[in-house]
Design a protein around this ligand. Structure first.
Ligand SMILES: NC(=O)c1ccc[n+]([C@@H]2O[C@H](COP(=O)([O-])OP(=O)(O)OC[C@H]3O[C@@H](n4cnc5c(N)ncnc54)[C@H](O)[C@@H]3O)[C@@H](O)[C@H]2O)c1
Length: 253
């Protein structure tokens, strides 16, 4: 992809299934990568696989505004600047909405919606100043079409898409592109926690595989490919867009 060599990127949730693949692809294109994750060991394991580029590891809870500001400054110092942000961290526990409570809503909103707001608020002044930069928000098809057992999470993901479009409008003239990628069901730990283990989990997985036109779950590499395109110079004239990567499960006009 065009223009990625030598760029500096922050990836949140870098230690997870999709985050791992995003970091690997960025590094393979010659990007230096700052790995943000609440799980330092997972981020370290991913960083250990990235060769011949600069990496920095930041143990940070993205829901903590001050901590995010500190980590962003640290990353900029260690990588020598910043060009790309991928808001990929996310979290949920699947359960019917009526079984949830306000404490749970607060946590889901803090991570899936306020987390990306915190990152945008600390990163955008840097991108604005240099008049260039790319942001991709990892939302979810749950936010576009709904998902049983994920009501509050789906609401946050829909909010993230609307937020991204609005800031994309505000900053398009400053050379900043902000786009959204919506994975469908993708084979990671988060999906395993959603579907559940054992026979019940296997039934959910098989049902989804039958429903997906391409007859398989997404793999992290499927999601990373779309993100890499959107942060590259190949996507310089694309902003405020939302793309589903779901094997055709959801098709949007
Ligand atoms: N897997 C799917 O089926 C699927 C579908 C749609 C959207 N998504 C989205 O894709 C993104 C990546 O998910 P994944 O499937 O790789 O999940 P994952 O659980 O494998 O990875 C998520 C990562 O985020 C980190 N994280 C969680 N809370 C954090 C916090 N407060 N601060 C910092 N880091 C935190 C975790 O430690 C983990 O490393 C998420 O935004 C998720 O909502 C996933």
């Amino acid at each position: 992809m065009l223009g990625l060599k030598g760029k500096r990127a922050i990836v949140t949730g870098a230690g997870g299934g999709i985050g791992n693949e995003i970091c690997a692809r960025l590094a393979s294109e010659g990007c230096d990568v700052a790995l943000f994750d609440i799980n330092r060991i997972a981020a370290q394991q991913v960083a250990a696989q990235l060769s011949s580029v600069k990496t920095s590891i930041h143990e940070v809870d993205i829901s903590d505004y001050e901590a995010v500001g500190f980590a962003v400054n640290e990353a900029v110092e260690q990588l020598g600047g910043l060009d790309i942000l991928v808001n990929n961290a996310g979290w949920d526990i699947a359960q019917p909405f009526l079984d949830t409570n306000p404490e749970f809503w607060d946590r889901v909103i803090a991570i899936n919606y306020k987390g990306p707001l915190n990152l945008h608020h600390h990163v955008l002044p840097i991108l604005n100043k240099q008049g260039a930069g790319k942001i991709v928000n990892v939302s979810s098809d749950a936010g576009r079409v709904g998902s049983t057992g994920e009501a509050v999470y789906a609401g946050c993901k829909a909010a993230l898409t609307g937020f991204g479009k609005s800031v994309a409008r505000e900053l398009a003239q400053n050379g900043i592109c902000i786009n959204t990628v919506c994975p469908g069901p993708t084979d990671t730990r988060l999906f395993e926690e959603f579907a559940g283990k054992g026979e019940f989990g296997q039934r959910i997985r098989s049902g989804l595989e039958r429903a997906i036109p391409m007859r398989r779950l997404g793999q992290p590499a499927d999601i990373a490919g779309a993100i890499l395109f959107l942060v590259s110079d190949d996507a310089d004239f694309i902003t405020g867009q939302t793309i589903s990567v779901s094997g055709g499960l959801t098709m949007h006009g």
